[in-house]
Write a protein that binds this ligand. Structure first.
Ligand code: AKG
Length: 327
């Protein structure tokens, strides 16, 4: 990136993003990129696609062998053959049955697997990091890890994931230096509840989030954007095993119901530049998620009110490339 473009990006981030959409734009014959760096990996078309749409899908990025290893480790966790410090094992609100342990509720998500060397290998895969660097720059922290196991819907539509922006969960900025990688662990399509994205929404601001008023209930921590225009164009990301989508934390996305009999698995990590900084979310729309996260963390670690939102993130973030400069 040229020095002028870098200065412009800093200026825009410094202004903390006015409500009007900002998109990359041509200046004379030079394109100013706001969301991607030139690392010689993305083609000009790929960069423009991400700049315009807020996501990019890379086919066949993670090997079958790696995915099979993640799947085996997931099974070991479900069978309680390994116990990983700090990992959160979430179960579906509906009575979907576990695929591995009879009479147990299905595990719908593993969160915070930074202490599981086998699953955390995903976050350090060179083939993933070389893309991540295009969005975060060279100093990279793995901040948030998940293995999502969308169960067959038990008839209450609870397997849906409401449309949301991931930035709602994060007390660090700038948003443009954060990116999610999400890898399909098998074929995902509209039948088993693939990701759904609203292109271009990454150029907007963070919206108010809350639990959706769904009749059948909603899974813990599954907040959704309070009101967004349902007429906005949406794209269903049908993917094969190993395909990986990288997307911006303001991109509105979610996933549909799993209408099959199988579990739909994906593994993901949110990365941030280690040069990002923490913000205080007091008095902002993110206060509701701060309260919920602090309550869960205090209960888990028996800490009363001492733990801060920032602590929960600083504690689980791990450097995966470069230097831990700030976060
Ligand atoms: O994998 C899915 O179904 C959606 C996951 C997601 O968007 C999230 O957990 O933030």
């Amino acid at each position: 990136m040229s020095r002028a473009a870098e200065r412009l990006r800093l200026l825009i981030n410094h202004l903390d993003r006015p409500p009007a959409a900002i998109v990359s734009f041509p200046v004379g014959f030079v394109y100013v990129y706001l969301y991607t760096d030139d690392t010689d990996l993305l083609t000009p078309d790929q960069r423009l696609f991400y700049e315009k749409n807020g996501f990019i899908l890379i086919k066949n990025l993670v090997s079958d062998e790696d995915i099979d290893r993640f799947r085996k480790e997931f099974e070991r966790v479900c069978r309680r053959e390994v116990k990983i410090p700090g990992m959160v094992v979430m179960r579906d609100v509906a009575i979907a049955k576990s695929e591995f342990v009879p009479d147990q509720k299905a595990v719908s998500k593993l969160q915070d697997f930074q202490e599981d060397p086998e699953l955390f290998r995903y976050c350090s895969l060179p083939e993933i990091l070389k893309y991540v660097e295009c969005f975060t720059g060279p100093n990279i922290m793995a901040m948030h890890t998940m293995l999502i196991n969308k169960p067959p819907d038990a008839g209450k539509k609870t397997s849906r994931h409401p449309m949301h922006q991931d930035l709602h969960y994060f007390p660090f900025r700038p948003a443009d230096r954060i990116v999610c990688s999400w890898t399909a662990m098998e074929r995902v399509d509209r039948k088993n509840g693939c990701l759904v994205v609203l292109p271009e929404t990454h150029t907007s601001t963070l919206r108010e989030h809350d639990y959706p008023q769904w009749e059948g209930g909603v899974n813990k921590m599954y907040h959704g954007v309070r009101d967004y225009d349902p007429a906005l164009p949406r794209v269903h990301l049908e993917m094969e095993k190993g395909d990986t989508v990288f997307f911006h934390p303001l991109l509105i996305h979610g996933s549909g119901m799993n209408q099959t009999k199988g579990f739909r698995k994906a593994i993901s990590c949110h990365y941030a530049s280690a040069d990002c900084y923490y913000i205080d979310v007091k008095g902002t729309m993110q206060e509701n998620i701060e309260k919920e996260v602090k309550e869960i963390a205090s209960r888990k670690y028996n800490l009363d009110d001492e733990i801060t939102f920032k602590d929960t993130w600083a504690f689980k973030g791990r450097l995966v490339q470069g230097e831990r400069t700030s976060l």
